[in-house]
Design a binder for this molecule. Structure first.
Ligand code: ZN
Ligand code: ZN
Length: 372
């Protein structure tokens, strides 16, 4: 339920433009989220007041609101402020100038999370099936050992920041169309620390942090697929101002296998099968990730037939069950036959009772009969 705009600003319906402006300024100072940080609803309240002011300070939208209420504004295309971000609203009232200098404390002076680091790793399909341990190497920001992260040259200490007198904060008074805002922001000279480094650590030049080469053994789980990543929490660069470290991402590439193609948790193998073996049956070996598998080819096996070897596929990444090895029969028809071989095959065709072979004979019979 939307509250009445006059009620929000606390003014009578007969209020003059100037009274409306005054009421909003007063409210803005009270509930401004930067001033009133203790109130969790400050932002919502500020949005509500800003919206009420936006409508009532414009004679046209005010007239629409007076006659038709909230619905009238909606029909007229007025977008209520809940659809805008708080930052957008502040910008529309105060301009860009108040941003980026810490007035609202966005990303200023507080803890900053360390950078994430990515490492590519390439493994074989067989390793993806069993899981594998790999040592990865990467560069990430770490605390400087020489100064134990303080940034101060050994034997010296930090000194009180002269710019802020050690408070870590700077106050600035800003004049806006709605009155004065007292702005409190982290001190630029000491980044809010209250103290500065007079004699910087020669190892890290006062930063307290250095780039370090890391080696880490990583367990790549069985079932991982090409293109998937492993996230190792807080193994990236260290954070600043007490922020937590970034994460380490292991990007896994799985090299394609020479004979087996992965399809989800299944593996596909195309078996080259001679027409003779397909016709009379055979015992053949097919490759799998755990060595060769014996496969019985039944007499009369057709091209494209699929033999499913259950449990011979890839393990599920969730650790339950395994896929299948699917063997697809690629029947090879003999070519470059000698005259003798062709004769033998025609002899065979005459003797077979298979209706697929008999069909042609029947057709010739019909044509012959037509000329009789
Ligand atoms: Zn250092
Ligand atoms: Zn300072």
């Amino acid at each position: 339920m939307k509250r009445d705009y006059y009620e929000v600003l606390g003014v009578p319906r007969s209020a003059q433009e100037n009274d409306i402006k005054k009421a909003f300024r007063k409210l803005a100072r009270q509930i401004h989220p930067d001033v009133n940080t203790q109130d969790p609803d400050a932002e919502a309240k500020f949005k509500e007041a800003a919206e009420a002011y936006e409508v009532l300070s414009n004679p046209e939208t005010r007239a629409t609101y007076d006659r038709y209420g909230h619905d009238g504004l909606k029909r007229g295309g007025f977008q209520d402020f809940s659809q805008f971000s708080f930052e957008d609203i502040i910008r529309s009232f105060f301009g860009d100038s108040l941003f980026g200098n810490g007035m609202f404390g966005f990303g200023q002076g507080g803890p900053v999370k360390g950078r994430d680091v990515s490492v590519p790793v390439e493994i074989e399909l067989g390793e993806a099936a069993t899981g594998v341990r790999r040592e990865v190497e990467y560069d990430a920001v770490d605390y400087c050992e020489a100064c134990e992260g303080s940034g101060v040259a050994p034997g010296t200490s930090r000194e009180t920041c002269p710019a802020c007198g050690g408070s870590g904060q700077q106050r600035k008074v800003q004049n806006t169309p709605f009155g004065q805002f007292v702005q409190q922001r982290p001190c630029r000279d000491c980044a809010g620390a209250g103290s500065i480094v007079k004699a910087p650590c020669p190892e890290c030049h006062g930063r307290g942090a250095v780039m370090k080469h890391h080696k880490l053994a990583v367990d790549i789980p069985a079932g991982i697929a090409d293109g998937q990543s492993i996230r190792l929490l807080e193994k990236g660069s260290v954070g600043e101002m007490g922020g937590r470290p970034g994460d380490l991402y292991i990007h896994v590439a799985v090299r394609p296998h020479e004979q087996l193609v992965r399809d989800g948790n299944d593996l596909i193998y195309h078996l080259p099968l001679t027409a003779v073996d397909a016709a009379v049956g055979a015992h053949l070996k097919v490759p799998s990730l755990s060595g060769d598998e014996e496969l019985e080819i039944k007499p009369g096996t057709q091209p494209g037939e699929v033999k499913v070897l259950k449990g011979k596929g890839m393990p599920s990444l969730r650790g339950r069950g395994k896929g299948s090895l699917k063997v697809i029969m690629d029947v090879i028809i003999p070519h470059d036959l000698s005259a003798q071989q062709k004769k033998l095959l025609r002899e065979f065709a005459k003797t077979t009772t298979d209706k697929n072979y008999a069909r042609d004979e029947g057709l010739f019979e019909k044509i012959r009969a037509a000329f009789r």
